[in-house]
Ligand binder design. Structure first.
Ligand SMILES: [Ca+2]
Ligand SMILES: [Ca+2]
Length: 158
């Protein structure tokens, strides 16, 4: 003989207090940085004048009250490939460095021109604060564009 016991079960709803005014900024983050819990416009403000909105700073993990805490490229360096494939191959490597924050992931993408779609060079680059770096080699005569973007937390990671 077996006994079965049924326990009440229900899904937990999203916590409505996590973003009271619906501006995308979590309440605890707003409180930590002195922002108004019920002002949906403060997501668009740039109180520290670093060129990034509060929402952009929230997404990047930077501090919206510190102008030196900002997601940006720190340097872009083009140099001969070391070691060269041959003495005259002309291949180059590009080194990108950017400011990074804990618990963030980044992607580097390339395109031959600004009208073409960007394709990934590297994805899921884990933050190595305070600076991340990425190096990629390009054959001689290559031209194009690279861009750096924030990447959402990978779903395969806890
Ligand atoms: Ca800012
Ligand atoms: Ca800032």
């Amino acid at each position: 003989m077996t006994a079965t016991r049924h326990l009440p079960c229900r899904a937990s709803p999203e916590t409505p207090s996590s973003a009271t005014d619906g501006d995308g900024l979590l309440d605890h983050w707003k409180l930590a940085h002195g922002l108004d819990l019920i002002d949906p416009q403060d997501a668009l403000l740039d109180a520290d004048g670093d060129g990034q909105s509060n929402l952009a700073e929230f997404l990047a993990g930077t501090n919206p009250t510190n102008q030196f805490s900002v997601f940006k490229l720190v340097s872009v360096e083009a140099r001969p490939l070391t070691p060269p494939l041959s003495p005259s191959d002309g291949a180059r490597e590009i080194v990108l460095r950017w400011s990074s924050e804990s618990n963030q992931f980044y992607a580097v993408e390339q395109a031959p021109n600004l009208s073409a779609p960007f394709t990934p060079l590297a994805t899921t680059l884990r933050a190595t604060p305070p600076v991340n770096g990425f190096t990629n080699s390009f054959p001689a005569g290559t031209s194009g564009f690279c861009r750096l973007r924030l990447q959402p937390w990978p779903t395969h990671l806890p």
